[in-house]
Design a protein around this ligand. Structure first.
Ligand code: NAP
Length: 305
């Protein structure tokens, strides 16, 4: 499990570095096929709109408004895994054979009956479901999407991502060291992790609402699908506070794990690189498109990056 996550992280950090290098390439390379393919794979939505692409690449586009599919899959899958975990705790039933087989394969550790239910696992599963459900509701009822696109590879990756995420949590459970009842395992890092999760979720929700209001009037009716300069709230400090909030949400889940689960830190590193890359591309677009764009604003981390 940690090998596949490390590979994903390596790929994203590699993409981040190559993008940085590509910024300094002469303009003639912008028509090079490999360059276009690379940009097509790392960009999506508004940062992809000005990319000059062949028709065969456009044929691989999927509407960005399908983002809700990721969260729908996550709610169903992670809800199912949570149900299996609750049944194993309260009815002392083992997981279905296929799930036990998958976890044995991923962890390399065979399951034992002596495993004590872990409070960290239960909390992370719950928070993952809450996060996915909120994002699903935001995609369906808050965000106003334009005709932006994502690559079909990004789409398939997004679907698999939330499946792997749920399995990663159950892999952590196999290595959990908590003893005693669920309540007796309660520690300061569970409280701190939950507090950070709530704060980061509020920050993300506020930013998503502010982006939606750039396109709706006071009545809530959609007036435009144009991209405008976001203002107010955390947007005064960074171009993409919702990406920063996403990173904080994953850090908060690592805290709930007591900061001890290495595979989850690899997930956090993946989110750091993927969201930093997306924020950087969005920031560059705003700066090149809007002359009056506030120069003091950073892309991703206030006052730093
Ligand atoms: N964990 C992960 O790996 C991962 C990966 C990707 C995203 N996410 C999370 O998912 C959330 C959404 O991500 P995203 O990339 O879709 O964000 P985004 O590109 O900023 O889009 C969010 C919404 O705001 C609209 N929008 C964006 N910029 C706008 C502007 N300048 N003016 C008016 N409307 C604007 C978008 O419409 P358009 O249709 O025009 O784009 C879309 O409806 C984020 O919180 C992000 O952290 C997580």
């Amino acid at each position: 499990m940690s090998t596949s996550l490390k590979m994903t992280w390596d790929l994203v950090s590699y993409a981040f570095c190559v993008h940085k290098i590509s910024l300094h390439l002469p303009r003639k390379y912008e028509t090079c096929r490999l360059y276009v393919l690379f940009q097509d794979l790392i960009r999506y939505g508004k940062t992809k709109q000005n990319l000059k692409r062949d028709d065969w690449l456009r044929a691989l586009d999927v509407p960005k408004r399908w983002f809700w599919h990721f969260y729908a899959v996550s709610v169903v899958w992670n809800g199912l895994l949570l149900a299996f975990y609750l049944i194993s705790i309260f009815q002392h039933q083992s997981y279905p054979l296929w799930l036990t087989g998958v976890l044995d394969f991923l962890t390399g550790v065979p399951s034992t009956d002596s495993q004590v239910p872990q409070l960290s696992t239960l909390l992370v599963q719950l928070l993952l479901c809450v996060h996915s459900l909120r994002r699903l509701m935001e995609c369906l009822f808050v965000s106003v999407f334009s005709d932006g696109a994502i690559h079909v590879v990004q789409y398939v990756f997004g679907l698999c991502y939330y499946i792997v995420l749920g399995l990663t949590v159950l892999c952590a459970d196999r290595r959990g060291k908590g003893t005693g009842t669920l309540l007796s395992q309660l520690d300061w890092f569970h409280v701190a992790g939950n507090a950070l999760f709530i704060g980061a979720s509020l920050m993300q929700h506020q930013s998503i609402v502010m982006l939606a209001r750039l396109r709706t009037g006071k009545t809530g009716r959609v007036e435009t699908l144009a991209h405008r300069v976001p203002e107010g709230g955390w947007f005064e400090l960074v171009s993409c506070p919702h990406y920063l909030a996403e990173l904080l949400i994953y850090v908060s889940l690592s805290l709930v794990f007591g900061c001890l689960f290495l595979s989850w830190w690899l997930v956090v590193l993946y989110v750091l690189f993927s969201q930093a890359l997306a924020a950087q591309l969005c920031h560059e677009l705003y700066i090149s498109k809007y002359e009056s764009y506030p120069r003091h604003r950073k892309a991703f981390i206030p006052f730093v990056l």
